[in-house]
Every structure is written in structure tokens, then in C-alpha cells.
Design a protein around this ligand. Sequence first.
Ligand code: SF4
Length: 379
Amino acid sequence: MIVTGCLGAKGNVVRDLHPRVLAVTGPHACEEVMTAVHFHLPKPHDPFVDLVPPQGIKLTPRHYAYLKIAEGCNHRCTFCIIPQLRGDLVSRPIGEVLREAENLVRAGCRELLVVSQDTSAYGVDLRYRTGFWNGRPLKTHLTPLAAALGELGAWVRLHYVYPYPHVDEVVPLMAEGRVLPYLDVPLQHASPRILKAMKRPANTGDTLARIGRWRDICPDITLRSTFIVGFPGETEDDFRQLLEFLQAAELDRVGCFSYSPVDGATANALIDPVPEEVRQERQARLMEAQAAISARRLQRKVGRTLHVLVDSHTEAAEAVARSSADAPDIDGVVYIKDGAALPVGEFAEVRVVDADEHDLYAERCGTARSKRKNHRSNH
Ligand code: SF4
């Protein structure tokens, strides 16, 4: 028996009265009802017709996957044409996102990388309406989504999160080990004049205060950001403000792009383009300054024990792994000496013995006992 309709939206009213019902959903929940039907009455597998596995087809290795929670963007940054191409923000129903995540974890995925153009805006287009996951009502909002994803037993990593006030609610989940203590916050610049020309919703003073609060709540948090240098009109003084911000913020991971015009972007109409060689030179200066900050921060990890996920092996019999601080492809890695026997896609415990500007070097101290263990590291 599956119950669907308005009463289904009212918490546990139906379940309390009839605990044996298989599923309860709110109204207009065709997809949830069909998922419940297929769950309790699975179709027999037909290898000639069922070419797509239940977890879908993905291009990443089996042990991590990108989980897209929304498409489009409500911002209008002047250097970007994504809103023209993909339109305004359209959030996926929370139940659908969680079912996809569940299928991925069931199929062996150990890490879910939550992505969208603006992850912190998730649900705003749906007015944070209540959706359902396994009969449980959940608001279409980043915090309940992150908490529910954290129940699945995989690492949960959040990308493209803007420093809005409500993001503060997610950080305690990181401190509790429910989602990875990692936030990818694209800030783009620190000079108020340039941020205004970029039409970015940011205030450098507030951002520094917010970063400080996040670190108070979760001292282990890794912060990643990306910046654009050489935006039209950027003066040496604007650039200096950006460098000062980096010194004050001490971000763990930083990507830097030298500005390049995109066809159709409104920034193309801005006067005062920065010459190519100046853009390149500023990019190099920024990366040099950040490399020193990164090296300093990584050095503090020497001697610590980390929980890592093994990605691959090198010819030198090392395992290449990542800790909570390392997103695939964009951040550093942890090289594990004598790690050839560590299976790809499994967790391990390692002790950090050395560090450079971007990577850590570690030795094994046994394999992780539990695959469900989140990010906790022993100090
Ligand atoms: S840069 Fe990001 S936030 Fe700005 S318009 Fe493009 S997608 Fe939206």
C-alpha cells in the first residue's frame, strides 16, 4: 500500500496510524510514487533492454561522482554568459537528488561532489518547498540537503558555495563530521570597485569576518576559492587589495585566472582593458604569494594522521590519495609511500611525513576500519 496526497505532506500522520504502508508522499509526487513502486516491485532485469545501470552513466571513476543539484543562475556577473546559456536557477527536486545520490553510493561511490552554478542558492526558485525522500519531508534547501546526503555514508563535498549568511548553518555539519569540512567559495576579487564592476554579491570585510566564524566553528575547514586578475579597469591598487585579502584570509586552495573576454559578456563593453602582459604578470604574482601561504598551511599537517581516499597508483609504488582537503583534479594530493597494495576507491589511514606547496607525503598506518567513517582525522 502506497499513500499519496495532501495528508502525506503532514509529517508522520499516515505512518503513525498505519505503520505498515510501504511509502507515503505528498501531492503531485508522481516520480516519488513510481520510485516507491519500482523499489518494492522491481522490474526484472533485462540485459537486452536495460543498458543504463540504475545509478546512471558517469564519466568519473567508480568511487566519486559529481552530483548536480541545480542548473542555471540568478546572478548576472558581467564576465559570465552562463545565465544567457542556461537561464535562471532551476533547482532539482530534493527527493530526486537524494535518490540519485543513494543509487550512486549503492553502486560503490565513496564521495559525492555537490555542484551547480550557485550551490548556496539551491531551492530559492522553488521557495524552499518541501519535497520527500523515502516518505520523509525535507525542505529544498542546502542545509537539509547536505545533512541528508551526510547520512548516506559517503564523503560529501560542497562546491561553488557563495558566502551568504545561511551558509553558516552548513559549517556545524562539517564540525560534526557529517559532511566534509571543505568549502569551495568562488570570490573572484577583493577590491570593492572591481567586485562592483563584476556585479558580484560580496563585501570583502564581511567575507573575512565570515571566514573567521567558519574557522571558529570548524577549525579543520579547508577553504578553496578562485579569482580573476586583470579584469577591465583593475589598477595596481585593486590588485594590491586582492593580495592583502589573500594574506588576511589565508585560504587553503586558490585558483587564479587571468581575465579573458567571453563573447556576449557585458564586461566586454567596459573601458580600460588591462594589457595582456600585465594580466599574466599579476596572475604569476598572485600564484607565487598563494604558494607560500599554501606551503605554510600544509606544513602544519606534518605529523598528523589523515583519513584518505585512494585514487590511483604511481610507477614508484606510491598510492595517490586525497584527504578531506583535496577535491579531485583541482587540489593537491597525498602521496603514500609503499602504497601499492592500497586498493583504489578505498579509504586508508596515513601519517603525514612531509609537505610542499600543494601536496602532502605520507606513510601508511593501517587501512580504515569503516568505509562509512567521514573525514575525522586524529591530531
Ligand atoms: S559567474 Fe557564477 S554566479 Fe556569476 S553569473 Fe556566472 S554562473 Fe552565475
